[in-house]
Design a binder for this molecule. Structure first.
Ligand code: FES
Length: 122
């Protein structure tokens, strides 16, 4: 196991991220609402650089009582990473695909101590 410094907490926007290389692996480290999350930069679909994708709030369809569509809105509580290759989306907090929870990013342990952010990799 290896602990790798990513940077100071105040170097991250919120929401924001850094993608770093550790040997032959890349890791995306995300800050969201003051918390940190890290994922291997390897999309489960076909290996795209998912952590470098755009960040969007989850899109929700507003349904009436008869289940008819009343348009779409943004879910302000859920931020997604959108893989730049084919558009698969993953929740920044859980790493899971919202429609197929069995498909998920590979987590990396993040440690925050004394204003410094580190990841722990094998
Ligand atoms: S490789 Fe990420 S969506 Fe296809």
């Amino acid at each position: 196991m290896q602990t790798v410094r990513v940077g100071r907490v105040d170097e991250f926007e919120d929401p924001g991220r850094k993608v770093i290389a550790v040997g032959d692996m890349e890791v995306g480290v995300f800050r969201l609402d003051g918390e940190f999350f890290a994922w291997v930069n390897d999309c489960p679909h076909q290996g795209g650089p998912v952590c470098q994708g755009r960040l969007f709030n989850r899109v929700l369809e507003v349904l009436g009582t008869d289940q008819s569509s009343h348009g779409r809105t943004w879910d302000e509580d859920n931020l997604h990473i959108v893989c730049p290759w084919h558009g698969f989306e993953y929740d920044v907090r859980t790493g899971k695909h919202p429609g197929m929870p069995d498909i998920a990013l590979t987590p990396v342990t993040v440690q925050v101590q004394n204003g410094e952010v580190h990841i722990v990799v094998e």
